[in-house]
Design a protein around this ligand. Structure first.
Ligand code: GLY
Length: 354
């Protein structure tokens, strides 16, 4: 193992820590501060080949008994069929309430394995072992678990905080550029929300060298938000910046456009709309689009405002006939705006590229 491990506390009930650093997967057994038990590793067909053996060996060395379930990679498999197969697997392997699920992989794996842990035996422990930048900076922290339904993204799920998050920064080296870019989209989102310095890192070329720093900044911010608003009754909704349109793009594309790419387009569209409608305090849309493009991300979509609005109508951020949007005011500051759903087509149209 090289370098130091940073730990960031998340003070929920119960609390847990996010550990960030090099070599954490091959020493994950040592780092798990829990009594030895049976661990069901849930992973996808891509990550299986890269890390399943390493993680299994480390857990066994530390005294855990290990079994594993592998599902086909991709958001298109984050559905009831895969969830059902994971639950049947946990039951076949006789996991009990003192045992643990380990979500090894990216956002899809974390969401789905976490949801399985939340409902199996009415809830057992799980840990997050994020292997993508996207899951490291966002989805592995905060306890949101979900699957997609035909009507839309993440429409069935539960809040369950993980018992621990071990984020091995060595995994980032094996990521294809487009997968790395997915994570950059969530980190740029965090920069627009609260941290202009973080945003600036993505305007220059130093991201790869600073990945651990970027992850730590994003996780520290998110931990604070989750501590204050675990169940997304208020402040946590800010983390959905770019996601209303982003989720609509994912749904319209049949999940062929990955989450981070869709969020990037959603972020560029809402920034352009906010500026056109006079909701920003300074011009930001051009700067956000340039930053996204520099990181290999899209800044628009071919779907129409009508199609996107219809898909967004199924969004969780809807309340009766209203929807709450996250509006960027400037880089580092955003606000929530509750608007009639009927305004959405015009808002999205204002944000689409000419
Ligand atoms: N990804 C947004 C949240 O965890 O609230």
């Amino acid at each position: 193992m090289s370098g130091s491990i940073q730990t960031i506390p998340v003070r929920t009930a119960p609390p847990y820590t996010v550990s960030i650093g090099s070599g954490l997967l091959c020493r994950c057994g040592e780092y798990l501060k829990m009594p030895t038990c049976r661990v069901a590793i849930v992973t996808d067909s891509t990550v299986e080949k890269l890390y399943l053996e390493t993680v299994g060996e480390s857990l066994r060395r530390a005294g855990f008994s290990v079994c594993s379930y592998v599902f086909p990679a991709g958001e298109a498999h984050k559905n009831l069929t895969t969830l059902s197969a994971i639950l049947e697997f946990l039951a076949r392997e006789h996991l009990t309430r003192t045992d643990c699920v380990a979500a090894l992989g990216g956002g899809v794996t974390g969401d789905m394995a976490g949801f399985a842990a939340a409902v199996y035996l009415r809830g057992i422990r799980y840990i997050q072992l994020p292997t993508t930048l996207l899951s490291a900076v966002d989805s592995s922290v905060g306890g949101k678990t979900a699957i997609d339904l035909c009507a839309g993204k993440n429409l069935a799920g539960a809040f369950l905080q993980p018992a621990a998050v071990l984020c091995d920064t060595d995994c980032l080296a094996s990521l294809p550029a487009a997968v790395f870019a997915d994570g950059a989209a969530e980190a740029i989102k965090t920069g627009v929300l609260c941290d202009e310095t973080l945003f600036s890192l993505f305007e220059t070329d130093c991201l790869a060298a600073d990945a651990a720093k970027v992850i730590a900044r994003c996780v520290s911010y998110k931990a604070g938000v989750v501590e204050r608003d675990e169940k997304e009754q208020g402040e946590r909704r800010l983390l959905n910046l770019g996601h209303t349109v982003g989720h609509a793009i994912e749904t319209c594309s049949g999940y062929t456009i990955p989450h981070g790419h869709a969020v990037a387009a959603g972020l560029a569209i809402i920034a352009r709309a906010a500026e056109a409608l006079g909701w920003t305090t300074e011009p930001i849309a051009g700067r956000i689009a340039a930053c996204l493009a520099k990181n290999g991300l899209p800044t628009g979509t071919d779907f129409s405002a009508k199609d996107l609005s219809e898909a967004a109508a199924a969004d969780k951020k809807r309340t009766g006939g209203d929807i709450t949007l996250v509006i960027p005011r400037r880089i580092g500051q955003c606000e929530l705006k509750r608007l009639p759903l009927t305004d959405l087509p015009a808002i999205i149209a204002a944000g689409l590229e000419a």
